[in-house]
Design a protein around this ligand. Structure first.
Ligand code: FAD
Ligand code: PYC
Length: 416
């Protein structure tokens, strides 16, 4: 192995990275696979990995129209938690959190999981009651949750404005200490490298332009590089789900729109955990590079515009500055957006579809990063057995005809 001396790094830089070992192959697209996964975000890559690892299905292709993680997986603010409200959701998200806890080891790739705590704030006594109810519901399901009074909130986040005279006074909050953040690119790259090593073909710059269906059975996909036959096809394309599902004649109960976020210039460590205020609609954390990371609610109108806009910037920043007035002295460095697919009950839509051999992973809305390990694990199981994994049974497309919704709008972290 080559030595990583300063001189070698400079030499590599000047040579334009020649002779670097690629982390995954750049395979030629075959004309036939057992399973084709459309979308090289975290959900698609994790599904491919678990298909190969847990079910021995390795003749799999992940087709990505751009670059791996170039969708929401590489644009998100990386909150990980399992503190939803209903048991259907907490069971699923707790499975994901547990998989995250072992993920660096599983993939032999450091995903930089940092369980620094996710704190939800209450700004009046009524909200304290609601958070108490929420945390009790979680505790009853065996998941960690803790109520904090205003003094405890102040010790956790000394820069938060906890004065009673604040525009939105803090009464306390509810924390999941096992919640936290992970490095988003590393999650995509770790799954990609591990799936590739098991024989999965990951093909970038390969847009799926049509899905071949005959007599309600999937036959394969059409790409810019030609027709690819497959017995099973999974759609994991986040903000493009309605467009891609329509290729197979499926209409989804999904609204797509932008979710924006922004970062400040980097500063020294100032914030330990991730803090959410559902009242002012802002959440704030500090990245490992030192930037103060700020996000807010999803845009209130449908759109495929994958970029930030001034009204959301002003709205979210004024909300964040209500909580942390001292951050007004920071310079804003960057703002961006991803397109999120929002379902009517703010829960995912995962599993089989009315087209035999066609599977869906969508409706992750503003919260599918934390779901990547469990989404991949359970969808792989569903594809391998053509039977829903018990953890995603409540999240099938059929709930929009049976009416068995899992309404998690209040626990979604950000308003959408
Ligand atoms: P993506 O990562 O978007 O991957 C889908 C891929 O499909 C894309 O790479 C796209 O290029 C590809 N694709 C689309 N159409 C085609 C086609 N026709 N052919 C081939 N490929 C195609 N979640 C959390 O849990 N915590 C958070 O803190 C959080 N914060 C967020 C903040 C922002 C600003 C945003 C935008 C999202 C946030 N999310 C968060 C949500 C989370 O990012 C997503 O739910 C998750 O990344 C979805 O993963 P995915 O693999 O389904 O989608
Ligand atoms: O899902 O917890 C979440 C979240 C926080 C910010 C964006 N999504």
């Amino acid at each position: 192995m080559e030595k990583y001396s300063f001189l070698n790094i400079v030499r590599h830089g000047l040579r334009g990275h020649r002779h670097w070992q690629p982390v995954w192959r750049n395979p030629r697209l075959k004309t036939r696979y057992d399973v084709v996964i459309i979308g090289g975000g975290g959900q698609g890559l994790a599904t491919a990995y678990y298909l190969a690892k847990r079910h021995g299905i390795t003749n799999v292709a992940v087709l990505e129209k751009g670059w791996l993680g170039g969708g929401n997986t590489g644009r998100n603010t990386t909150a990980i938690r399992s503190n939803y409200f209903y048991p259907e959701s907490t069971n699923f998200f707790e499975h994901s959190l547990k998989l995250y806890e072992g993920l660096s080891h599983e993939l032999n790739y450091n995903v930089m999981l940092s369980q620094r705590g996710v704190l939800t704030l209450a700004h009046n006594p009524h909200q304290m009651d609601m958070l108490e109810r929420w945390s009790n519901s979680i505790l009853l399901q065996g998941i960690d949750a803790e109520m904090l009074d205003v003094g405890q909130v102040r010790s956790f986040l000394p820069l938060l404005d906890t004065r009673r005279s604040a525009r939105f006074p803090i009464y306390g909050g509810f924390i999941q200490r096992r919640g936290g953040v992970a490095r988003h690119d590393a999650v995509a790259w770790g799954y990609a490298r591990a799936a590739d090593a098991l024989g999965v073909d990951i093909v970038q710059n390969c847009e799926v332009t049509d899905i071949e269906v005959s007599g309600r059975r999937v036959l394969g996909v059409r790409t810019r590089d030609g027709l690819v036959r497959a017995d099973k096809v999974a759609i994991a394309v986040a903000g493009n789900s309605s467009v891609v599902a329509q290729m197979a004649g499926l209409s989804l109960p999904i609204v797509s729109g932008a979710l924006q976020a922004m970062v400040s210039e980097p500063v020294k460590p100032a914030l330990d955990g991730l803090v959410v205020s559902p009242t002012v609609h802002a959440y704030i954390s500090q990245s490992d590079r030192g930037e103060i990371l700020i996000g807010g609610r999803a845009d209130g109108y449908p759109s495929y515009g994958q970029r930030g806009a001034l009204p959301a910037l002003e709205d979210t920043l004024s909300a964040a500055l209500n909580l942390f007035p001292s951050f007004s002295r920071l310079k804003l460095m960057r703002q961006w957006a991803g397109i999120v697919d929002i379902s009517p009950d703010s829960s995912p839509i995962v599993g089989r579809t009315p087209v035999t051999g066609l599977y869906l992973s969508t409706g992750w809305g503003t919260g599918g990063f934390k779901a990547i390990p469990a989404g991949g694990d359970t969808l792989a199981h569903t594809i391998a057995h053509d039977r829903p994994h018990p953890l995603i049974e409540p999240f099938g497309l059929d709930r929009f005809t049976t009416g068995r919704f899992v309404n998690e709008a209040a626990a979604a972290g950000v308003d959408h």
